[in-house]
Design a protein around this ligand. Structure first.
Ligand code: PGA
Ligand code: ZN
Length: 439
């Protein structure tokens, strides 16, 4: 049972306020369980509401004192009164908070308030059950064993609204599918990252090695092929050409204007592409480089272009802003045959069990599920456990650099080491990252 829930305003990795929740259990011995809530920059319009105070003279309007108060004054007393069993009642707790909020988009209490509580409840539940968080989430989701360790997708070149260069596409990622374990995949990612720094220094000088919001480099480039050329060189120089594949997230809702896409939106001159031209650009890149995953190539409500592209798409086509981890959007995308995979971001929907429901719906459709951090992160490593517990086979948490990014990769390595030490079978997803759920 819950004894107390405290919340506080703390900073995220961009230096903006976010919600921290500390939940204390009533059991003996009692414990306190902390959760910190992440926050996006290229946020989808259909995401659950992140409550911000809007007082321009404090944190530029980004304060979360209202969300903090909602946790302490509304959610905490109501939840404590209900006397939920933390070991078994996470779904009921989330449903109860949803009812308490009373809106469709969590605009009343705030998804940031509710998610902090939901995550802290899951941590407390796992501890009371005497099991690791990933095992608690596995049971909650109904995923089968053996455990599948995910392929980490490292976002090593940052553009879009995450960096100051003029590249419209937000994320260029590398995926060590040819590794044998998470530990090896992280080593490969780190080695390529360090080599990429050298490649960038050679070409642009050392002042070009500054990094973006997700820890990837942000050299003065504007075109995606320039990014891939830098990355391919670094991978080659490390000797990993056949073991590493690529992915990209253009986060195209950010540059969708009046039915077209302006991939010059960060520079001085517009570079407007029709949906057809943009499709051709993606196909050209997919032909030229070993790209295995494409996320949000089209805007969140440009259904027509998604459906057209998906008809002949051979790679994983992931909906982020398109689906916002929401079962209603997943259902719509399935009817429209718009994509073949769902990005899972817990704060897009606002509770842990609703995110699990969206993942299970996606699995039921035979889709992939790709777990994701946000560009504004914290040192909370919850998503590593979600990835293993739900057997999603892949996750992205930025580059192998910056504490709030590496804490997730480090947690994955801890889980892998723990499972091996316990003699518990665990498989590295590798090339099967899309179908890890049914390995
Ligand atoms: P965001 O970026 O957290 O700024 O939304 C991540 C993404 O688009 O996948
Ligand atoms: Zn995205």
């Amino acid at each position: 049972m819950i004894r107390a829930i405290k919340a506080a305003q703390r900073l995220d990795s961009r230096g903006n306020p976010t919600v921290q929740v500390d939940l204390t259990t009533d059991n003996r011995p009692s414990g306190t369980f902390r959760a910190l809530v992440p926050s996006g920059a290229s946020t989808g319009q259909h995401e659950a509401v992140e409550l911000r105070d809007g007082n321009a003279s404090v944190f530029g309007g980004k304060g979360v004192e209202r969300a903090v108060r909602n946790v302490e004054e509304v959610i905490a007393p109501a939840l404590i009164k209900k006397g939920f069993n933390l070991e078994t009642d996470l779904k009921k707790i989330d449903a109860f908070m949803k009812e308490l909020d009373g809106t469709k988009n969590k605009g009343n209490l705030g998804a940031n308030a509710m998610l902090g509580v939901s995550m802290a409840c899951a941590r407390a539940g796992a501890s009371l059950a005497g099991i690791p968080l990933y095992e608690f989430l596995r049971r909650e989701s109904g995923a089968k064993k053996p455990y599948v360790m995910p392929v980490p997708f490292f976002n090593v070149l940052n553009g879009g609204v995450h960096s100051g260069n003029t590249m419209a596409f937000q994320e260029i990622m590398l995926a060590p599918v040819g590794a044998q374990s998470v530990a090896e995949a992280v080593r490969m990612g780190s080695e390529v990252y360090q080599q990429l720094k050298k490649v960038i220094t050679r070409k642009f000088g050392s002042s070009a090695t500054g990094i973006g919001d997700e820890g990837g480099f942000a050299p003065p480039i504007s075109q995606p092929h320039e990014a891939f050329d830098l990355l391919v060189t670094a991978v080659e120089e490390c000797g990993y050409t056949n073991k590493i594949k690529y992915a990209m997230d253009p986060a195209s809702s950010e540059f969708f204007k009046n039915g077209n896409y302006d991939i010059g939106f960060k520079g001085k001159t517009p570079d407007v592409q029709s949906p057809k031209q943009l499709q051709n650009l993606y196909n050209h890149l997919i032909d030229k480089y070993p790209i295995i995953l494409l996320e949000d190539p089209f805007a969140e409500d440009d259904w027509e272009t998604w459906t057209e592209f998906n008809k002949n798409c051979k790679i994983e086509l992931v909906g982020d802003d398109l689906l916002v981890t929401n079962t209603e959007r997943v259902q719509e995308a399935s009817e429209k045959k718009a994509c073949n995979s769902m990005l899972l971001k817990v704060n897009q929907i606002g509770t842990v069990t609703e995110a699990i429901a969206a993942a299970n719906m996606a699995f039921g459709l035979g889709w992939g599920v790709f777990v994701s951090h946000r560009s504004g992160e914290t040192t909370d490593d919850f998503i590593a456990d979600i990835t293993v517990g739900l057997r999603t086979g892949h996750l992205k948490s930025g580059s192998p650099c910056r504490g709030e990014r590496v804490v997730k990769y480090n947690r994955l390595m801890d889980i892998e080491a723990e499972l091996i030490a316990a003699g518990e079978p665990c498989i590295y997803a590798g090339h099967q990252f899309r179908t890890a759920h049914v390995i």
